[in-house]
Design a protein around this ligand. Structure first.
Ligand SMILES: [Zn+2]
Length: 122
C-alpha cells in the first residue's frame, strides 16, 4: 500500500487504478475529474497534519491515516467494492544491505553511506 502526503497525490495515483469511487460515508460518487477537483480543494482548504498521510489500496481506494496506524477509508474503489481493506497501516520495513560492506542502506539510496560504492536499485 502506497502512502502520500496530500490527497491530490493520492487521487492521481488512485486514478491510475480505477475510474470511479464511492464516498465511504455518504451516498456520493466521484469520477476521476470530480475526485481530482475535490482533492485539490481539500488539500488547500483542509490540509492534513504533518504526521498524517493518505494511503491508496491496490484497487484504488483512498484512506487517511491520522495516527500512523488506524486507517479511515474515505473513497472506495468501484473497481473492487468488496475489497478487503485493512484498518491499520503497517509500514513494511525495506532495509537493504550493502553488497560490499553489509551495512544497512536506505531504500532508494544510490551510494552506500559507509563505504561509498554505487548501489544498483532493483
Ligand atoms: Zn558499503
Amino acid at each position: 500500500m502506497e502512502r502520500f502526503d496530500s490527497l491530490l497525490e493520492a487521487a492521481e495515483f488512485a486514478a491510475a487504478r480505477c475510474k470511479s469511487w464511492s464516498f465511504a460515508t455518504a451516498d456520493e460518487r466521484y469520477d476521476e475529474q470530480g475526485l481530482l477537483v475535490l482533492a485539490e480543494t481539500s488539500d488547500s482548504e483542509n490540509p492534513i497534519d504533518e504526521d498524517s498521510f493518505y494511503v491508496v489500496s491496490p484497487s484504488g481506494a483512498i484512506g487517511i491515516c491520522e495516527n500512523g496506524e488506524d486507517i479511515f477509508w474515505l473513497f472506495l474503489s468501484d473497481a473492487a467494492p468488496n475489497e478487503d481493506l485493512p484498518l491499520t497501516y503497517q509500514a513494511v520495513p525495506q532495509i537493504k544491505f550493502c553488497p560490499e560492506c553489509d551495512s544497512p542502506v536506505y531504500p532508494g539510496a544510490r551510494y552506500c553511506a559507509k563505504c561509498g560504492i554505487a548501489l544498483r536499485n532493483t
